[in-house]
Ligand binder design. Structure first.
Ligand SMILES: Nc1nc2c(ncn2[C@@H]2O[C@H](COP(=O)(O)O)[C@@H](O)[C@H]2O)c(=O)[nH]1
Ligand SMILES: [Mg+2]
Length: 240
């Protein structure tokens, strides 16, 4: 199925939180699109460990600036509580707050004051389809009455977010929305979609920009597809 068509179908979505809000479209990275490795600077220590560059770092940053504008528009003059999902979401979180902070300098714009916190989330698929989630870190009691915006690196099956959101809502948050830099077009998707999504990507395992494979690749700026050699090498390294 063509990537754009697949994404259009995916927009017949169940949004987080039963929120009546209708999301904007993510930028679609086509199934065949990749950027040649020899045209970009890839860290020497990962040479051969990535197959292709899916999203160069500059494009990531440009897209985040627009996501920040969308968020500012929708939350105008409302304080948001950003909840960054570690560790994968941390690079996106940093660049997003940098973009949001810039709006503070322009008196002619609406402001987006924000507070933030960090959590770690592990989701478990039990025998039932709902799954369960283990949250560590973060002050969940402080969510009461807040407009929570979860900041995630990637939505794959959607299970993690589907499990997390009811927990946040049960803590009395005023609203809960999700921004994810990436969203995978996968047949395994539960149908969950975030509100503010940077890129819809093909069903490939990506690393870089804080997305890891066995804790490696977080220090690479571009978002890349891991190679077979990379999988082999960093599986070996973690075995010790
Ligand atoms: N480094 C990568 N991590 C990935 C990728 N796809 C998913 N993930 C991790 O899983 C959760 C979300 O998964 P979900 O199935 O519950 O939606 C995400 O936060 C990542 O930590 C990937 O391609 N690369
Ligand atoms: Mg994550």
């Amino acid at each position: 199925m063509m990537a754009v068509e697949q994404d259009r179908r995916a927009r017949n979505v169940r949004l987080a939180s039963g929120d009546a809000f209708s999301r904007r479209d993510p930028f679609v990275i086509g199934d065949q699109l990749s950027f040649p490795l020899d045209m970009f600077s890839v860290p020497h220590h990962y040479k051969g460990d990535v197959k292709e560059i899916m999203i160069p770092h500059g494009l990531v940053i440009d897209r985040i600036q627009k996501l920040a504008k969308d968020i500012r528009h929708d939350y105008a003059d409302t304080t948001i509580h950003l909840l960054c999902v570690l560790k994968g979401g941390s690079a996106y979180f940093q660049d997003l707050i940098t973009a949001l902070r810039r709006f503070h300098d322009h008196a002619d714009h609406s402001y987006v004051p924000f507070t933030f916190d960090f959590i770690k989330v592990k989701s478990y698929k039990g025998v039932s389809s709902t799954g369960s989630v283990q949250i560590t870190g973060g002050d969940l009691a402080a969510l009461e009455g807040k407009n929570v915006l979860v900041v995630e690196d990637i939505i794959d099956t959607g299970l993690t977010m589907e499990s997390l959101l009811p927990v946040l809502e049960a803590r009395g948050a005023n609203s809960v929305r999700v921004t994810s830099l990436l969203e995978k077009r996968t047949e395994l998707s539960s149908g969950f979609r975030g509100h503010y999504v940077g890129f819809s990507i093909p069903d490939k395992f990506v690393v870089g920009y804080c997305l890891d494979f066995n804790e490696f690749f977080r220090d690479m700026d571009h978002i890349c597809v891991i190679s077979d050699r990379g999988i082999e090498r960093f599986t070996e390294e973690t075995r010790g």
